[in-house]
Design a protein around this ligand. Structure first.
Ligand code: MG
Length: 334
């Protein structure tokens, strides 16, 4: 997918001159101070432990806007429904979209509905686009960063990490992918693994109000491994991560071992990876831990100019390079 985007999509559609353009491959784009994101959701099945297609379709787009430091304020929702989707399921999905919008404080203000013949969709596909704007919390955050180091960015970007910045993950990784996999395959992992799918925009505004945040990313497809590598590659710094600090639920770890997949490669839908100046790291971590979404947050590593890659300091004391996953360990989780 990564190569497909780079070699084909960018070849024809790059070159807009937007402030944060398509070719930045960040979570959202920015043009005329509007943060803009479009995201298609094709999760299978439509309902899974801890969430459903509707909640995912709102949270995914809201979170991609919020991680640039913007306040999302309007969404579009385009539904592609397969013949045979029951009205009861459609009702559940729309109700979930409405409830998640209310939770996030956004509205769907435009959209489209198409019905297609029965085939490969697995019920329905939803495209959600959204827009976000600058806000006082973002300005305050940037002012706080500039008290500690030079910072010329106007948004919170993957490319803003510098030597010495700390890296925080807001909670346990792998929950969403494993929850969807259990629903896809009917696996019983002994205890209920539940998706973390949730809109994070209100939490992120509170974190920006504390200040000192330079980079954020929601570790969705490709998981924590991919998000860390995107920070590292786009910022041109290495990241040293302490493996023992990465929060992973015991049942998720056990299920991943059984299936031969790395929980760091598995997608999340309610977590945020944060790069923060060292002087504010403890304060950001403390606020996260006071919240429901961030109670398991950990400071997992720091940016370094001593090497270029993402290196894991393993539990046994060695180091290994953490590369982004080559394929999707769990398909159709978002
Ligand atoms: Mg994202």
């Amino acid at each position: 997918m990564h190569d497909l985007v780079r070699e084909y999509v960018l070849k024809y559609l790059g070159g807009s001159g937007a402030e944060v353009p398509l070719e930045a491959l960040d979570d959202s784009a920015v043009i005329n101070d509007i943060v803009f994101k479009s995201d298609s959701h094709a999760v299978k099945p439509l309902f899974f432990p801890g969430g459903d297609m509707g909640r995912l379709a709102v949270a995914g787009t809201v979170n991609d806007i919020a991680v640039l430091g913007a306040e999302p304020f309007a969404l579009s929702s385009a539904l592609i429904l397969e013949e045979g989707l029951s009205m009861a399921d459609l009702d559940r999905i729309l109700k979930s979209i409405a409830e998640t919008c209310e939770e996030a404080g956004v509205h769907v203000i435009t959209g489209d509905t198409k019905v297609v013949e029965k085939g490969a969709l697995g019920g329905c596909v939803i495209n959600t686009s959204g827009i976000g704007r600058r806000n006082d919390a973002l300005e305050k955050n940037i002012a706080e960063v500039r008290r500690h180091r030079s910072f010329d960015a106007r948004w919170i970007l993957d490319s803003n990490l510098r030597d010495g910045d700390r890296v925080i993950i807001s909670g346990t990784v792998g929950d969403h992918g494993l929850a969807v996999l259990s629903a896809q395959e009917g696996y019983d992992f002994g205890s209920q693994v539940v998706s973390d799918v949730t809109p994070l925009n209100k939490l992120i505004m509170r974190l920006l109000d504390v200040g000192g945040i330079v980079a954020m990313k929601d570790p969705t497809r490709g998981g924590l491994s991919n998000a860390l590598n995107e920070f590292s590659e786009k910022s041109g710094v290495g990241i040293l991560v302490e493996e023992a600090k990465i929060p992973i639920r015991g049942d998720v770890k056990a299920a991943c071992e059984m299936l031969g997949i790395d929980p760091l490669d598995v997608g999340n839908e309610g977590k945020v990876l944060i790069g923060v100046v060292p002087q504010k790291a403890e304060e950001v971590l403390a606020l996260l831990r006071e919240t429901k979404e961030g109670k398991d947050a950990q400071l997992i590593g720091k940016a370094t100019k001593q090497f270029d890659e993402v290196a894991l300091e393993t539990v046994v004391g060695g180091k290994r390079i953490l590369t982004p996953p080559i394929g999707d360990p769990v398909p159709r989780i978002c």
